[in-house]
Design a protein around this ligand. Structure first.
Ligand SMILES: [Zn+2]
Ligand SMILES: [Zn+2]
Length: 301
């Protein structure tokens, strides 16, 4: 699988010189199994906009000649908070004839996923609705514990502790490798005791790369204990407890500058004591090649 990060920020998009290296777009990651044309998009944050430019053949400086091809993709949405869904209407391919988006997300108690999404994306909050877009878009609700297959790719779904609605994590197995995506994860208030929920451990067990919430420092978590997230130390704890081989710190706090994320990465590497083979702080444009259980970073910050 080739994994490319287009949005790595949590909660709120940010811009400006303090964020120029890691980037300010919210959660969006493209996964492309090798030897296949299939595309899997993880979350629909504002990073979906540059992802669309990338699929149209433009580089990060928007150089190139835009190719107006439709796209077919499976989309795995973790949950319906703004930072994970608001990119959809700004994905150029979503408003292009011939595009096909199969969107999967957490099942809703009171309504279908399409109606819930439409509540968010319809007047007066937004000028058009999901079904006004030209692409063929379908939305499907998922429960934790479900498994989907697509050719040689298997997708497993797990429930992740968070706040404000059912939240899912995904495990993608392809190319003899496994990737786990846990964007938002509420740590227990006594997280330093090392408690990790069984559903999280089961999803992450022995994975080759874990992409995990690393929003807070210890001090920030003490101020925001029930805001749905965890410390970067807890991300390392989850990776160790589940025997993950590599860890990508993700969902960076909108108040964290590039320098602070550098410090967070150094701190996690210091605490690792060689247990996890590779540790990254995810940045926009980062690509990781996953195959045969090896993880190779193919870009640098
Ligand atoms: Zn989030
Ligand atoms: Zn959230």
């Amino acid at each position: 699988m080739k994994v490319t990060f287009f949005g790595v920020r949590g909660s709120c998009p940010v811009s400006g010189p303090a964020f120029s290296r890691y980037g300010g777009n919210t959660a969006c990651v493209l996964v492309e199994p090798h030897d296949s044309d299939s595309k899997i998009i993880l979350d629909l944050g504002t990073g979906l906009h540059p992802l669309g430019d990338h699929l149209d053949g433009l580089d990060w400086q928007l150089n190139g000649i835009r190719e107006l091809n439709p796209v077919t993709a499976k989309v795995l949405v973790t949950h319906l908070h703004w930072d994970h869904i608001q990119g959809l209407p700004f994905f150029p391919q979503a408003n292009r004839e011939g595009s096909k988006l199969e969107i999967y997300g957490p099942i809703q108690d009171d309504s279908s996923l399409v109606h819930t999404y439409h509540r968010f994306m319809s007047p007066p909050f937004f000028p058009v609705g999901v079904w006004d877009l030209k692409a063929s878009i379908s939305l499907h609700g998922l429960h934790g514990g479900e498994t989907m297959t697509d050719g040689d790719t298997t997708i497993k779904v797990g429930v992740i502790p968070h706040q404000g609605g059912l939240t899912l994590g995904y495990r993608i197995e392809s190319d003899f490798s496994s990737l786990v995506y846990i964007s938002d994860h509420q740590a227990p208030s006594n997280w330093e005791s090392g408690i990790v929920s069984d559903s999280v451990i089961e999803l992450c067990k022995d994975c080759d790369l874990l992409i995990h919430d690393a929003q807070y420092t210890r001090d920030e978590f003490d101020q925001k204990t029930d805001w749905g997230h965890c410390t970067y130390d807890y991300a390392l704890m989850v990776a160790k407890a589940s025997n993950a081989k590599a860890l990508a710190l993700f969902h960076h706090d909108p108040y964290h500058s590039d320098e602070q994320i550098d410090q967070i990465l150094s701190s996690v590497i210091d605490q690792n004591h060689g247990k996890i083979n590779k540790i990254y702080a995810a940045f926009e444009g980062m690509t990781v090649d996953l195959r045969q259980h090896s993880t190779i970073l193919t870009t640098s910050p």
